[in-house]
Each structure stands twice: as C-alpha cells, then as structure tokens.
Design a protein around this ligand. Structure first.
Ligand code: CP
Length: 316
C-alpha cells in the first residue's frame, strides 16, 4: 500500500489505496477479539480533537487507538482554552507539545483538517470536516457493504437525503465509485448537487430508483449547516424522500438499508425500516472500530503496518 501521510479525504486516494485500507480493516474485523490486535501504535499518543459533537466517530477512534496499544489524548472543545481566545492552530501545537504524535480532527470548516495538516506538518486523520468529507465513514460503509454484497462492481447504491451538505455522501460517492459501484444521489432539488459535481447520477425522483437498488443509504438533514428548512415542511420531506415502510416495500427483497447515524427516526427513516432485518445500521457502527484501526495504523505507523501486513499475509 502506498504511504498516506494524512487521511483527509477519499477523493484524493486511488482505488488501490482504498482497497489496501479495506483489506487491513477486514482483517481486524475478522479477528475474534480486539485483545488479539497487534500493538502497532505502542508508544504513540493520538490526539482526539473534536470541534463538533460526535458519538460514533469519537468513541470508535478511542477504542481503535487503545486496541492497537496506543494512548488516546482526549480534548473537548467546549471546555478548552479555545473559550479564552486560543486559536485552533495554537491548540494543536499545545497538544503536540503535551505529547500527541498525531491527530484525529473533526471540524465544522470544510478544509479545517487539511489546513492543520499543512500548517503543523504532523499526521492528521479527518474525522469529518464541514460538508467536505468523512473519509473513515466512507471506508466503514464500503467495508459493511462488501461484507453484505460481496464485490461492489456493478452494484447500485442509492444515497438519499441532504446530499449537498453531507460529507458522508461525498466520501461515499468517491469511495463506492472507485470500488466499481453505480452510485445514485437522490433528494429534494434544493439539497442536490449539480449533475457532475460528484461521482454518480443525480435525481429527485426516489420512487423510480428503489426497485433497482442493491442498497439504500439514508442521510439526515444537516440542520446545523443551513438556516432554512429545505422543503416546505418535515412532513413533505418524509412524504417524498423518507424511507417509510411502504416505500421500503418497493425495494428488492435482498436489498439492504444503511444510515451513518445519527438518525432522525420518523423523518428520513421509519423505525420499522431502521430496525428491520435488511438494516445494516448496527453493523456500520461495529465496522467503525476496525476501519479506524486500519486508518490510524496507516497514517501513524506505516512501517509497523507494512511489516505486520507482510507477516500476516494481508495483501493491501
Ligand atoms: N456518523 C457519524 O459521524 O456519527 P457521529 O457524529 O456520532 O460521530
């Protein structure tokens, strides 16, 4: 696997690099216990620097760091000296001087982690930046889908909802397309990118797309990134773009349903669908830890990862 000094987005990774990360993640996912994971981060401290709220991403990066023998350094923006006027740059320099060897950064600005990676010159993994990318989410979604469907070549993945503000949609569109999937982006016209802005076909007509989908990925409306409700009412959003039980019945029996979380039950997805046997939502969360283990090892300990992969016969 070619070296990845930072993981900032999946747009800039080659399909070979994506496949390499997925091979490592799959090996970790197949391991019967995290206790058996190799100590690839031994002696390393990973700063978990979240300037936006998180449940899944932050806890799984913390578990991934510990599983690989590293030390997570927790940081809470809400209770930090940012409140006293310290800059983001000075905050990370401070954490570096306190012992961090690299950073996992979530930031509301698209490009925030890239700015920090360029300015600070030490390893950065993007844990979600504005509406730009959420690369580890894209990778864990691909890992989950490959487990469910096998090869993604020619498989149709329908991504539905607030596409234009979604970093998850962007990372998935790049990642799934590079893995050979046929991506369709669907939502209200006010929440769709122009055709060609992202890999994938763009359409506002959900009902016409359901029968041919192998998987449907529902997205929440990113209320924090817009000042108006993008359709006249939440009821109208659900009526035309929500995955209700009636609409899910239009899917092939073997098609899967996904959601990166957090879900707004009853708005973009019904509980009857989210909790149904075709739902991969719990599996997506579980795949977060092995995926983030692979990403942390690739960025913070590439030599150790290469040696381990050779010894274990993991072919990235
Ligand atoms: N999917 C996702 O990024 O969830 P969190 O915001 O809880 O981390």
């Amino acid at each position: 696997m070619t070296r990845i000094p930072h993981l900032l987005g999946l747009e800039e990774l080659s399909s070979a690099q994506i496949r390499g990360l997925l091979s490592v993640a799959r090996r970790f996912a197949d391991s019967p216990s995290l206790d058996r994971a190799p100590d690839l981060l031994q002696g390393k401290t990973v700063g978990l620097v979240f300037f936006e709220d998180s449940t899944r991403t932050k806890t799984s990066f913390e578990t991934a760091t510990t599983a690989l023998g590293g030390r997570p350094m927790d940081f809470s923006a809400a209770t930090s000296s940012l409140k006293k006027g310290e800059t983001t740059y000075d905050t990370l320099i401070t954490l570096k001087n306190a012992g961090a060897d690299g950073f996992v950064v979530r930031h509301p600005s698209s490009g925030g982690p890239a700015y920090l990676a360029a300015k600070l010159g030490f390893p950065v993994v993007n844990a979600g930046d504005g509406h730009h990318e959420h690369p580890t989410q894209g990778l864990l979604d691909a890992l989950t889908l490959e487990e469910a469907l096998g090869s993604l070549k020619g498989r149709r993945v329908l991504i539905v909802g607030d596409i234009i503000h979604s970093r998850v949609a962007r990372s998935n569109a790049h990642c799934l397309t590079k893995l050979g999937a046929d991506v369709v982006l669907c939502g209200p016209p006010t929440l769709l990118p122009p055709e060609g802005a992202l890999p994938g076909r763009v359409t506002p007509r959900l009902d016409e797309e359901l029968a041919s989908a192998d998987a449907v990925m529902m997205l929440r409306i990113q209320f924090e990134r817009q000042s108006f409700f993008p359709v006249p009412s939440s009821g109208e959003f659900t009526r035309f773009w929500g995955l209700t039980a009636e609409r899910a019945a239009l899917l092939k029996p073997e098609a899967f349903v996904m959601h990166p979380g957090p879900m707004n039950r009853g708005l973009e997805i019904d509980s009857l669908v989210a909790d149904s046997p075709r739902s991969l939502i719990a599996r997506q969360v579980a795949m977060g830890v092995p995926t983030r283990m692979a990403c942390l090892a690739a960025v913070l300990a590439p030599d150790r990862l290469e040696q381990w992969a050779k010894k274990e016969g993991v072919v990235p």
